[in-house]
Design a protein around this ligand. Sequence first.
Ligand code: FES
Length: 87
Amino acid sequence: GFRVVLARTKREFDIPAGRTIMEVLLEAGVRVAHSCREGVCGTCETRVIEGVPDHKDNVLSARERASNKLVMICCSGAKTERLVLDL
Ligand code: FES
């Protein structure tokens, strides 16, 4: 698991292994844009402020992945203990 910090709303969540960031946020009542929930539509694209995502989507290019600036929160995880998102 890892910790997600929402920079704008100043909320923090533990994301347990096997859960997605999106699942945890939606359960907590955080409104996040979503559609496919499978990493193919790009609706859930979120800006990364700090941390390194573990990309599992089929949307981002190799260059975008390497930039660590964007993450699809419906399917991707984190390679760092903390991921700070622009939410
Ligand atoms: Fe479609 Fe995340 S909801 S890529």
